[in-house]
Ligand binder design. Structure first.
Ligand code: HEC
Length: 260
């Protein structure tokens, strides 16, 4: 292993301490401000939010999963309730326009579809890119570092399941794979579908709670953004070894804009 690789690993290990700070020190000692862009107001959105009952949203999401999968079931859970309570543009909201996000995008196992599904609603409701960024960041932390699924349906539609697992990542196939290994269940089973349906409900509930707080003017971000691109050389969590084992490749380090 080269000197460079060792120092990079040290940086990765130390990134957690830096993440909470207001500014980051780069590897070459320069300070990088963590404010990439000013808030952008989303215009043209006429979708009004009214506070919803999180448990009801969770239950509707759960029921929708078995015909719509993760992303569109979270959207359906929120939109079906908003149709009733707020009406307006929600009445003809295209719930299934986002169905392709399922399974980490058309089954590619990338980002779990529950979060981009929720993010669509968050972005349209808040109409503010900074708030949407903070909420989806909180959502990724919630998803990655809690034992899930903890949602209990009123009536079990597919299967009893025994396990909750910590995904450690927002990545679909890692998250579902860790749960399958704990449960001893295959992918094409009722148990796996049940798990993802309950997980979708959890994400819809957490999103509803954040939006309810926001509607009351009480939403405050719980987590700092990752802002670790300088330490890691690439945007990500600090879990390089989850996927790369001990041979994490080093990205090129050319920050010409920082030299000015
Ligand atoms: C969720 C899994 C995952 C995590 C976590 C992850 N990577 Fe990757 N990374 C990949 C995959 C998949 C590729 C593509 C590999 C390929 O095509 O062979 C990749 C490619 C790369 C590449 C391109 C180099 C190449 O030879 O393809 C770099 C550089 C890299 N990762 C760095 C990192 C670093 C640094 C971290 C941690 C800060 C990290 N990755 C975390 C999945 C991951």
């Amino acid at each position: 292993m080269t000197e460079k690789a060792i120092s990079r690993r040290d940086l990765i290990v130390n990134t957690g301490k830096l993440a909470a700070g207001a500014a980051l020190l780069t590897a070459t000692g320069k300070v990088l401000s963590p404010s990439p862009a000013a808030a952008y107001k989303v215009t043209g959105a006429t979708l009004k939010y009214v506070k919803l009952d999180p448990e009801t949203v969770g239950q509707v999401t759960y029921e929708n999963y078995f015909k719509r999968w993760c992303a569109s079931s979270v959207i359906a859970g929120m939109v079906e309730e908003l149709k009733k309570k707020a009406g307006g543009g929600w009445k003809d909201f295209p719930i299934d326009a986002y169905r392709w996000m399922h399974g980490g995008m058309a089954g590619w196992g990338a980002l779990c579809g529950t979060m981009p599904g929720a993010g669509v609603i968050i972005g349209l409701v808040t109409g503010d890119t900074d708030i949407a960024e903070a909420m989806t960041n909180d959502l990724a932390f919630y998803y990655s570092y809690n034992e899930l699924p903890s949602f209990t349906p009123k009536k079990i539609l597919k299967s009893e399941i025994k396990h909750m697992t910590i995904a450690g990542t927002p990545v679909c196939h890692i998250s579902v794979g860790r749960w399958m290994r704990a449960e001893g269940a295959g992918f094409l089973t009722d148990a796996r579908a049940e798990r993802c349906a309950r997980l979708a409900a959890n994400i819809a509930i957490y999103t509803t709670e954040m939006l309810n707080d926001w509607a009351d003017g009480k939403y405050r971000p719980k987590h700092s953004p990752l802002y670790n691109v300088v330490a890691n050389g690439i945007t990500s969590q600090n879990n390089c070894r989850d996927c790369h084992g001990s041979y994490t490749p080093t990205p090129n380090e050319t920050y010409s804009t920082l030299e000015k």
